[in-house]
Write a protein that binds this ligand. Structure first.
Ligand code: GTP
Ligand code: MG
Length: 317
């Protein structure tokens, strides 16, 4: 309600009337007609029109942009390395900022390992494939391991032949446990606050879907679950655009028994994230420490696969 009161022409009394009438967001007002609003809030139609116009500006409905403008904006987009050249090439140079990249795959396919590596790499200098930034991680399964971050930071230092202080890397990774799906959603609001003080360039949600899956079971709960997940994703995407940050989320799916014949990237019960993610990467196990990443449904990159390895020193070719 606070944001409605901030609209010019809306005092506490009008705000209260609007709230009672069910206008609980700026967007709800932005799409209303002056006549209806005037009647409900008992104000003149002229004032109602002014409030609606202000709401339209504040609601960020979006606008049409020319291709040139979009091209210009896309120049701001940065990429963070995964640690594997083949994986980076598959992604068109690395994981992009201002987008959501979803990593899905069965247990042990390497989702959490890739998240740890991206966290380390985000702190690196740009010339080494980093974003010179800090990381916020929403950990829903208690799988964040600082020891693993240290190992990976040492691995990067060794490969680049430079000094990296693992303590320094650790201090730039901010982790919050999410105890249930509501808590997970609330933590995204907190993100916007942290970003005012810290240069958060990567947000990780590992796992995006586990709590939702566990809490919203049965057909009856499906619609609500989807709606909440969608809102959650859109908020993350907003964070990404406002902060020029990358968003990486994980989603565990069961491997399909008939993967050989069916499409292994269309797993049973796997599609609860829908189409909000810009990039979708399917990870699967291969021999030993090898993993295969496949890019799916990308707007501007060819579908393809890359082989990477999960080693003691981290993700590499
Ligand atoms: P779920 O969260 O259960 O869905 O799995 P996940 O996709 O997140 O898998 P995760 O990233 O946890 O991958 C686990 C695998 O990574 C292990 O089976 C190991 O093969 C490898 N791994 C994890 N930690 C280490 C480590 O410290 N050293 C090495 N060499 N490999 C590791
Ligand atoms: Mg995991």
């Amino acid at each position: 309600m606070d944001e409605i009161e901030k609209l010019p022409g809306v005092g506490p009394a009008t705000a209260e009337k609007l709230k009672d009438a069910g206008y609980d967001s700026i967007m709800a007002i932005a799409v209303e007609s002056p006549r209806n609003l005037a009647e409900i809030a008992e104000i003149g139609e002229g004032i109602a029109a002014k409030i609606i116009n202000a709401a339209k500006r504040a609601a960020d409905i979006g606008d049409f942009e020319s291709g040139t403008e979009i091209m210009e904006r896309r120049k701001e987009i940065k990429k963070v390395t995964t640690g594997s050249k083949a994986f980076d090439d598959l992604l068109g140079g690395g994981v992009e900022t201002e987008s959501i990249t979803e990593f899905f795959g069965e247990f042990g396919s390497g989702k959490t390992q890739v998240m740890h590596q991206l966290a380390v790499n985000t702190t690196l200098l740009k010339e080494y494939g980093g974003l010179e930034g800090e990381v916020a991680m929403i950990d829903t399964e208690n799988t964040f391991r600082p020891e693993r971050i240290v190992q990976m930071a040492e691995g990067v230092a060794k490969r680049l032949g430079m000094d990296i202080n693992p303590e320094d890397v650790l201090s730039k990774i901010h982790v919050a446990r999410a105890y249930n799906s509501s808590h997970q959603i609330l933590l995204v609001d907190k993100l916007f606050e942290i970003a005012k003080e810290r240069p958060i360039k990567l947000v990780i949600v590992d796992s995006l879907t586990a709590h939702f899956r566990a809490e919203y079971v049965g057909r009856g709960a499906l619609a609500e679950r989807q709606q909440l997940l969608n809102q959650h994703m859109h908020k993350l995407l907003k964070f990404a655009t406002l902060n020029n940050a990358a968003i990486c989320v994980t989603n565990q799916v069961a491997a399909k028994p008939d993967a050989f014949f069916g499409d292994p990237t269309r797993p049973i019960g796997g599609h609860i994230v829908g189409h909000t993610a810009t990039f979708r990467v399917y990870l699967r196990k291969s021999k030993g420490d090898k993993r295969i990443a496949r890019l799916i449904d990308s707007p501007n990159l060819p579908e393809g696969e890359a082989v990477l390895r999960i080693t003691e020193e981290g993700i590499m070719d």
